[in-house]
Design a protein around this ligand. Structure first.
Ligand code: PLP
Length: 394
């Protein structure tokens, strides 16, 4: 006998993967340049030159140390360097003892969820949300994933809907800002209001409610928008971070969990994160890229291309009548589809070889996600096709 639930998870492709495969099959027929694949969030901006230099410098060192196991929580000097970088940027005083290095944000989230979940716990996420949350929370950690419907006008938080869903079983609330898929950045006002509400509920229920801040897009923001640093507003925060997007290293699998000392039961919580990593078989984060991350922690890929793409796509689509909240960060646009059935719309878009992901996949039907981490020219050539698609609905 094998686990049927896991078999089911492994047999069903996500819509994003399906679109990606569909794009490959269309490319074989019409040519790669004529397929406008806006489905996947794979950074198209290269890693900064500093990453290449760091790889060279590390590769020139002792190969046994370079490729060997590190401590389970990550090499002590690397954790120290990453803590220093955070302290410089956010005025904190963390040490490496608060950091647990992981294979990207996916592993960081999986460890954080598994570390805190006890029988009967619920974890709240806000739609639109990264679809893997449900997988990590339910299938990975065994908690109930409770979804707060989207606040469509601005993709901030619908606090009334949140309050209805908070209860004594709530163990954590997940925020993701800048957001995949909406591109929204939570304002300081939103974070403060959230923190106030959670503090009130902690008192009412007599136990901590952790705020898990999933931040792989932290540095990818436009027009000088500031991303509030969540631990400044709420003590019981756990940060899950990744270098996949900020340094364009998604295939190298490197990130971390940060358990700030101010968080409730922080020492026990940190130990539980280490335990979760052990139970999940992570052993240690990729050792060469731990060191590369330490050398490049203050760097970011050149996000100017994303800004150009966002402006081009946002201005182009809204002038055609598509409705869209202007994203302040990440590299996604999340416009409303021109018919209520977003899956039907996504199917119709395929007629023009436009591949967009239905919003229903993110818990926000009636929308589509367009990943604009593509060549600017791809967007320039796709806009007339979006126009033809829009005409079908006039
Ligand atoms: N969280 C969000 C919101 C994401 O968009 C992604 C990846 O796209 C992840 C987590 C996982 O990132 P990683 O590649 O670092 O595992």
């Amino acid at each position: 006998m094998i686990n049927e639930h896991m078999m089911d998870l492994g047999s069903r492709r996500s819509t994003i993967r399906e679109l990606f495969e569909y794009g490959n099959s269309r490319a074989a027929i019409v040519g790669r340049e004529n397929v406008f694949d806006f489905s996947i969030g794979n950074p198209n901006v290269p890693a900064p030159e500093a990453v290449r230099q760091a790889i060279y410098a590390e590769a020139a060192g002792d190969p046994v140390a370079l490729h060997g196991y590190t401590s389970a929580q990550g090499a002590a000097d690397v954790r120290g360097a990453l803590a220093d970088s955070l302290n410089k940027r956010f005025g904190t005083d963390y040490t490496g003892d608060s950091l647990y290095l992981t294979a990207g944000a996916a592993a960081a989230l999986s460890c954080a969820f598994k570390a805190i979940v006890c029988e009967g716990d619920e974890i709240i996420v806000f739609a639109p949300y990264f679809p893997e949350y449900k997988m990590f929370i339910e299938s990975g950690a065994g908690a109930k994933c409770v979804i707060v419907p989207p606040s469509i006008a601005d993709f901030q938080i619908d606090f009334g809907a949140l309050e209805q869903r908070l209860n004594e079983h709530t163990k954590a609330v997940v925020v993701n800002s800048p957001n995949n898929p909406s591109g929204a950045v939570y304002s300081e006002q939103t974070i403060k209001r959230l923190a106030d509400m959670l503090r009130g509920k902690e008192k009412e229920y007599g136990h901590p409610i952790y705020l898990i801040s999933d931040e792989p897009y932290r540095e990818i923001v436009y027009d000088g928008v500031q991303v509030p640093f969540v631990p400044h507003f709420y003590d019981d925060t756990i940060i899950c971070y990744s270098y996949s997007k900020s340094l364009s290293l998604p295939g190298e699998r490197i990130g971390y969990v940060l358990v700030p000392p101010a968080a409730a039961d922080s020492r026990e919580l940190y130990a539980a994160v280490c335990g979760a990593g052990r139970a999940l078989g992570y052993v240690c984060a990729p050792s060469m890229f731990q060191r590369v991350a330490a050398r490049c922690a203050d760097q970011t890929s050149d996000i100017a291309v994303y800004q150009t793409n966002r402006d081009l796509l946002f201005n182009g689509l809204t002038s055609m009548g598509y409705h869209c909240v202007k994203p302040d960060g990440a590299f996604y646009l999340f416009p409303q589809t021109l018919e209520a059935d977003d899956r039907a719309f996504s199917e119709r878009a395929k007629k023009y070889d436009l591949l967009v992901v239905p919003g229903a996949d993110f818990g926000a039907p009636g929308h589509m996600r367009i990943s604009y981490c593509v060549k600017t020219e791809t967007i320039e050539r796709a806009l007339p096709l979006f126009e033809r698609l829009a005409k079908e609905y006039r």
